[in-house]
Ligand binder design. Structure first.
Ligand code: 5RP
Length: 218
């Protein structure tokens, strides 16, 4: 079984959490599978709030109504992938660059179900370069502050987020205290969003593995 098959397993298992209303939908290759499965039960939901233009397009192509978060109110469920998860379900996200909208929709949802292949579970966050969305004029300033925190920021060139900002991918961080690191990076002027999801971690992690799905609950 390859990684994509494992992503599919996790994505399909998340359908069991869908129980009507408006649901939040994340971004990425695992979520793309989830959207395809969601389309098979679309009559069960009123619609979806999307975390990116890419997911919006995919849902629209399936005839899933996409709603504005301001009109939707608090959501019962958010389903999204991750680049890494620790055992407390603190995450690194933003490999696809959609971290800001993902963090907003996760924060607006009662339950966050994270779907991933088994390789994403780690003991300590940080092997995956940490994405940080930054206001363009602050790029160098933020990079210098990230170096002071021990990281090696690399500008994701030729990439602009859905919000018109840039991404710094921070290498060589060992994130021993995810909440503290999230707060410290959030406090740097010019940072829009840091891809640590620890203040609002996932509630449920569904991993696709060779042996089937494995579910971890916070
Ligand atoms: C996008 C994300 C994705 O959830 C993350 O990159 C995982 O992607 P994939 O499911 O393709 O492995 O945070 O901003």
């Amino acid at each position: 079984m390859n990684a994509d098959d494992m992503k599919k397993l996790a994505a399909k298992a998340a359908l069991e959490y869908v129980d009507g209303g408006i649901i939040g939908v994340g971004t990425g290759s695992t979520v793309n599978h989830f959207i395809d499965y969601l389309a098979t039960i679309k009559s069960k939901i009123d619609g979806a709030v999307s975390s990116s233009e890419v997911s919006t397009e995919r849902m629209k192509s399936h005839g899933i109504p996409v709603m504005d978060l301001n009109a939707a109110g608090e959501l019962e469920l958010y389903v999204d992938g991750a680049d890494e998860s620790d055992h407390n379900l603190a995450l690194i996200k933003g490999g696809g660059g959609a971290l800001t909208r993902e963090k907003i929709v996760a924060g607006a949802s009662k339950k966050f179900v994270c779907i991933a292949d088994g390789s994403k579970l780690v003991d300590i966050l940080g092997r995956f370069p940490l994405p940080v969305e930054v206001i363009p004029m602050a790029r160098s300033h933020v990079a210098r502050q990230l170096v002071k925190l021990g990281g090696t920021p690399v500008w994701r060139e030729d990439f602009i987020t859905d919000n018109g900002n840039v991404i710094l991918d921070v290498h060589n961080l060992e994130i021993m205290k995810p909440i503290e690191m999230e707060q410290r990076i959030n406090n740097i002027a010019g940072v829009v969003t840091v891809g640590i999801f620890a203040l609002r971690p996932a509630d449920v992690l569904i991993l696709g593995t060779e042996e089937g799905t494995k579910t971890i609950t916070a």
